[in-house]
Structure formats: structure tokens, C-alpha cells
Design a protein around this ligand. Structure first.
Ligand SMILES: C[S@@+](CC[C@H](N)C(=O)[O-])C[C@H]1O[C@@H](n2cnc3c(N)ncnc32)[C@H](O)[C@@H]1O
Length: 192
């Protein structure tokens, strides 16, 4: 029977999962989101890719697995303890740059750089600094967010943030949006 099981995992994924558990990293992307990111980024040859919120590198591993040899991925997190897991396991991949800094400030300071795919998986780039994140998206680029359906770790009242974010994205004349009630709740926007 057809289902959304994911059987083939990217290089380094199993090791990242083990390390994530050992440091009790509690915010991992799920397998469906990862597989989707791999397929989407595979549609973008020579892509410049931005991940906001490296965590321990689970989605980073999926993105690298889908990218061609000429693509580059910049992944930003402000927690060195999490990001060092990604560095230890994926850091040999020359297509990957890891930056440990505040992503909101970085977005505000780097508006000249345009990305073909942005996976915004932290507060900045999603619930803050949204204009800067969308301003960093190339024409034809994909802006991808997950965790749009209620999650067990949401703080009280977070539904309102999600509602406002979706309304804000839907109001942007230069974006085409698709909302998927699948995985943890995915939204993809493409820039006209
Ligand atoms: C949902 S987790 C990322 C999960 C990761 N993408 C994955 O696939 O497992 C969110 C991450 O955003 C990071 N973060 C939170 N605030 C941030 C900020 N202001 N700047 C950069 N990273 C931030 C956290 O440290 C955390 O690792």
C-alpha cells in the first residue's frame, strides 16, 4: 500500500540522530520534511541554499543529499553545542558552510545575497525577520517552513503566531503559497 514511509536516509543521518539523542536535542525535523527538502533542492542545479536553524544537522544532511556538486548550503544557528554535531559529521562536505550567529541579525545585514531555497526552521526568518528572509529569496526560489500544525512542544498561544504568519505570507503579492497538512504541517512559497 502507498504510504509516506521514508526508507533511504542521507549520509551522516544515523550518526546525527545518535548524537542528537545524547545531547537531548529536542527539536528535530521529521523524516517526511527531510525527504521533501531533498527532492525540492534537487530541482535547483547550482543552487544557493540557506538553512535558518541548523540544530544538529538533520535537515542539513537531507539538503546536502539532494544538492548537486555545484550547489552551496549556508546553515546558521546560534547554539554552538547543537551546530558542532553537524560540523563533526557533515563538516567535510565542501558545499556546506556553518555559521554560528544570530540568524535574524545575519538576515538583516546580508540582504544582497539571494537564495534559491530557504528552509526557515528557527524563530528568525519565520516569526521574526520575515521580510528579511523573503527579501533573501531569489525569483523562482522556494521558501519552506515546517511545524505549522500543532506540535507537542508548542508554548501556550503559539497557534496565534502561526495564524499571523500564514496570513502575512498569503498577503504577499509576489509569493505563490501551498499549505500542506502533512508531516508536521508544511508551507511552501515560491517567489514570482
Ligand atoms: C527547530 S530547530 C532546527 C532543527 C533542524 N533544522 C533540524 O532539521 O533538525 C531550531 C534551531 O534554531 C536555533 N535558533 C533559535 N534562535 C536562533 C537565532 N536567533 N539565530 C540562529 N539560530 C537560532 C536553535 O538553536 C535550534 O537549533
Amino acid at each position: 500500500m502507498y504510504n509516506d514511509d521514508v526508507h533511504i536516509l542521507p549520509k551522516g543521518f544515523a550518526a546525527i540522530e545518535i548524537a542528537s539523542k545524547s545531547i537531548r536535542f529536542s527539536m528535530p525535523s521529521d523524516l517526511q520534511t527531510g525527504a521533501l527538502l531533498k527532492a525540492l533542492v534537487g530541482s535547483k542545479p547550482k543552487a544557493l541554499v540557506l538553512e535558518i536553524g541548523t540544530g544538529t544537522g538533520l535537515a542539513t544532511a537531507w539538503l546536502l543529499a539532494g544538492m548537486d556538486a555545484d550547489s552551496l548550503l549556508l546553515s546558521i544557528d546560534n547554539e554552538a553545542r547543537y551546530q558542532s554535531v553537524a560540523d563533526n559529521i557533515l563538516g567535510d562536505d565542501k558545499r556546506l558552510s556553518l555559521l554560528c550567529t544570530d540568524a535574524g541579525q545575519w538576515l538583516d545585514d546580508n540582504q544582497e545575497q539571494k537564495f534559491d531555497l530557504i528552509f526557515a526552521d528557527a524563530w528568525p526568518g519565520k516569526y521574526a525577520n520575515l521580510d528579511a528572509a523573503l527579501g533573501s529569496l531569489a525569483v523562482g526560489g522556494l521558501y519552506v517552513i515546517d511545524d505549522m500544525m500543532t506540535q507537542p512542544n508548542w508554548p501556550a498561544g503559539h497557534e496565534d503566531n502561526v495564524t499571523k504568519l500564514v496570513a502575512e505570507l498569503e498577503s504577499q503579492a509576489d509569493l505563490q503559497i501551498v499549505k500542506m497538512a502533512w508531516s508536521t504541517g508544511i508551507l511552501i512559497a515560491t517567489k514570482k
